[in-house]
Ligand binder design. Structure first.
Ligand code: NAP
Ligand code: GDD
Length: 345
């Protein structure tokens, strides 16, 4: 049985990847950081009683900021594959906490790579690189496009990306980087723009709210479905040779287009509800991301399945269904008047 370790297993991608690997017969281990409240919502349905003789899903306390816990975990588990998805992944927040972001995203990756090297594990390694690394370089972006990062998050991802390439070249590690463009789902964090919009649409549709405040509506992103993208991560590690791959749909849409589509799906006119609040502008913006994923198509045989329109509908429908459930259970279940819409991001 193949054994995988996932950092960031409690996040959006970690949860889809864990499901994907379990369905392929893997034993899946995840790094979970300590939190004062439960942070395992996205993987609770995968929980296996640790008292069972050989549970195939296990979580372990650890942190990308803590080298010894990483080394200890690697030595004890000896995984065949490691997927490094853990990160402070919010671009806007990285301007507020740049040092911490660099510590977890950048140095955290080196901690993991160094633990692999020093324990002498012959495992395969996946690094979650990002299209944010291209920053202001115009589309389409491919594996050979120059990086021009525009945020502390993107700078840290470039460092982690180059460190992964360096460990591959220096020590012969089977280490691959997936340069993933934006991917979303009903499990997307509530302060990323797509989910912020679809949650607001649900609240407005059901009469729980009337306004949505956003920043730059003109930024363009190549949005795909997270469930499709975790398959690409796995495919990279099944290749004989490691390498770097751009993963995206090849289609870009503006935030405005996402807003229009989401409100229209719920029968609403977005102009009546959306307002601009400059606090959501970023000190430096990434204007236009669109993937050239031809290498992944040719070498991995990977193509996305869910279209932009289907993604928007899937997210709006899921948020309406979730809010209906919560409203049935009482308004206090909403966690405050606006829930995460009130968050500064
Ligand atoms: P996410 O939902 O924000 O999940 C991030 C995960 O990292 C969570 O499990 C989080 O734990 C964990 N984490 C945060 N700080 C940590 C630390 N100090 N030590 C260990 N774990 C820590 O992100 P995602 O959307 O799933 O993205 C997965 C990865 O792909 C990230 O590295 C992200 O930067 C990268 N990426 C994402 C996209 C995208 O569009 N989604 C595109 C390109 C690259 P908690 O649950 O406790 O917070
Ligand atoms: N979050 C947010 N909130 N973004 C807004 C808002 C708002 O109210 N209004 C407009 N935007 C714009 C942002 O300025 C940005 O141009 C775009 O919407 C997308 O923002 P996010 O959804 O926060 O994602 P991101 O593109 O900055 O970063 C995501 O994708 C990267 C891959 O390109 C994250 O998942 C990163 O972790 C990932 O690496």
């Amino acid at each position: 049985m193949q054994r995988a370790l996932i950092t960031g297993i409690t996040g959006q991608d970690g949860s889809y990847l864990a499901e994907f690997l379990l369905a392929r017969g893997y034993e899946v281990h995840g790094l979970k950081r300590r939190s004062s409240s439960f942070n395992t919502d996205r993987v609770d349905h995968l929980y296996a009683d640790p008292h069972e003789p050989s549970p195939r899903f296990r979580l372990h306390y650890g942190d990308l900021g803590d080298s010894s816990s990483l080394a200890w975990l690697l030595a004890g588990l000896a995984p065949d594959e490691i997927y490094n998805l853990g990160a402070q992944s919010h671009v806007k927040v990285s301007f507020d906490i740049p040092e911490y972001t660099a510590e977890v995203v950048g140095v955290g990756t080196v901690r993991l790579l160094e633990a692999i090297r020093r324990t002498g594990l012959g495992c395969r390694f996946y690094q979650a690189s990002s299209s944010e690394m291209f920053g202001s370089t115009p589309p389409p972006q491919s594996e050979t496009t120059v990086f021009h990062p525009r945020s502390p998050y993107a700078c840290a991802k470039v460092f982690a990306h180059q460190a992964t390439v360096n460990y591959r070249e220096s020590y012969g590690l089977h280490a691959s980087c997936g340069i993933l463009f934006n991917h979303e789902s009903p499990r997307r964090g509530e302060t990323f723009v797509t989910r912020k919009i679809t949650r607001a649409v649900a609240q407005i549709h059901l009469g729980a709210e009337d306004k949505l405040y956003l920043g730059n509506l003109e930024a363009r992103r190549d949005w795909g479905f997270a469930g499709d993208y975790v398959e690409a991560m796995w495919k990279m590690l099944q290749q004989e040779e490691p390498g770097d791959y751009v993963i995206g749909t090849g289609e870009s849409h503006s935030v405005r287009e996402f807003v229009e589509a989401a409100f229209a799906h719920a029968g609403l006119d977005w102009r009546e509800h959306v307002r601009i609040d400059p606090r959501y502008y970023r000190p430096a913006e990434v204007d236009d991301l669109r993937a050239d994923a031809s290498k992944a198509r040719t070498r991995l045989g990977w193509t996305p399945r869910v279209s932009f329109g289907e993604l928007v509908k899937m997210m709006v429908d899921a948020d309406i269904a979730e809010l209906r459930r919560k409203l049935k259970g009482g308004r206090e279940a909403l966690g405050g008047p606006l829930g995460a819409l009130a968050a500064d991001s």
